[in-house]
Design a binder for this molecule. Structure first.
Ligand code: NAD
Ligand code: UFG
Length: 337
């Protein structure tokens, strides 16, 4: 299959490119590099033996996108491109609607022009809002608590409308839980610019001595140790989930939602302990107030992915922490983030 990956130079896109290439597919990466580094291309090349094709452009450039789809005889698109920082989305909502919602409209227009109907969309468990029950299955009611979440929700609704309007569409919204870890080579991984918002990149920098200590946001949640519980999923498992979903889409018209999670929740303190073990470093932390908008616990019912895609996560917490630490050390050595 020829697959175009919008946002393919980013964290999840680059790992998915590796998984697709290793499964024998051809890929074209399409990214404006607003949150990634051109050096990622060479790293993917080092892992798989040959750098993939890369087009530096914005998804809102419909003509360039539709030309790329036609010229490279694309069969399916994996759509990662977008902005993803929850806090920033409250400060700059228009940037989020423009990038995420307008960007997706442009992509769908380009796909229509080029006659490409298969799409895997980077959804998020954030569309479940405050959990009414756990584990979260795909039938759980949807809601959003911030502009980022609302863009994900609007896009899902738009995709459902589109699939009703024309039966040619084959769309899957992959609702990711908490992606973590890195490729085992340590060449690609998660490298947020500035101070990380997410737990694991923050902990990695504390372990490396680049940040003094972690603030644990709340220890009075109704969870076993009082800290927030999340479903962390290894980014290579997530990448392989995309390979399975794109294969599956061929025989499944319509618009589908599928969770990509492990079903297992870990608390912040369990994550700190696991990372300290993997890195053999102390992780100083202090308890801080709850972070606005956080839920106590969020984890997936991953049953539909297994039933439909034949996919389930295979890698555990120790592997997520060890690979994140390996990436942290390598990126320090090479100076590349
Ligand atoms: P990332 O920022 O590392 O990757 C996104 C990539 O898209 C970047 O390389 C960026 O340069 C590119 N991009 C952004 N806007 C673009 C545009 N208009 N045109 C072209 N390229 C553009 O993020 P990620 O963690 O790899 O996330 C990928 C997708 O998964 C996003 O849609 C995100 O919302 C979603 N998601 C991520 C998480 C997470 O925790 N990482 C969780 C749930 C969902
Ligand atoms: N946490 C801390 N200290 C930190 C950072 C995080 O204690 O410095 C805690 C949070 O309170 C939470 C847990 O660690 O309990 C995980 O927090 P993250 O920020 O890593 O992840 P979230 O679950 O808050 O959010 C992530 C993505 C969102 C996405 C959501 C649901 O960042 O984009 O998962 O998919 F919407």
């Amino acid at each position: 299959m020829n697959v175009l990956l919008t946002g393919g130079m980013g964290y999840i896109g680059s790992h998915t490119a590796v998984a697709l290439l290793q499964a024998g597919h051809r890929v074209v990466l399409y990214d404006n590099l607003c949150n990634s580094d051109a050096g990622v291309l060479g790293c993917i090349g080092q892992i798989v033996g040959k750098a993939p094709l890369f087009i530096q452009a914005d998804v809102r450039d419909t003509q360039t996108l539709s030309d790329a789809l036609t010229r490279h005889e694309i069969d399916a698109v994996a759509h990662f491109a977008g902005l993803k920082a929850v806090g920033e989305s409250a400060q700059k909502p228009l940037a989020y609607y423009a990038n995420n919602v307008e960007g997706t409209v442009s992509l769908l227009e380009a796909m229509t022009r080029a006659g490409v109907c298969s799409l895997a969309f980077s959804g998020s468990a954030t569309v479940y809002g405050e959990p009414r029950y756990l584990p979260l299955d795909e039938a759980h009611p949807l809601s959003a608590t911030n502009p980022y979440g609302r863009t994900k929700l609007h896009i899902e609704e738009m995709l459902r409308d589109l699939s009703v309007s024309d039966p040619c569409w084959r769309i899957v919204c992959l609702r990711y839980f908490n992606p973590a870890g890195a490729h085992e080579s340590g060449l690609i991984g998660e490298s947020p610019s500035g101070i990380p918002n997410n737990l694991l990149p923050y902990v990695a920098r504390v372990a490396a001595g680049e940040l003094p200590s972690l603030s644990v946001f709340g220890d009075d949640y109704p969870t076993p140790d009082g800290t927030g519980v999340r479903d962390y999923i290894h980014v290579m498992d997530l990448a392989e989930g995309h390979v399975a979903a794109l294969d599956w889409l061929g025989g499944h018209p319509g618009c589908h939602a599928i969770n990509l999670g492990t079903g297992q929740g870990y608390s912040v303190l369990e994550m700190v302990e696991a990372f300290a073990k993997a890195s053999e470093r102390a992780i100083p932390y202090q308890i801080a107030p709850r972070r606005a908008g956080d839920v106590a616990a969020c984890y997936a019912d991953p049953g539909k992915a297994l039933r439909e895609l034949g996919w389930q996560a295979r890698r555990g917490l120790a592997d997520m922490c060890a690979s994140a630490w390996n990436f942290q050390r390598r990126s320090r050595e090479t100076g590349f983030r």
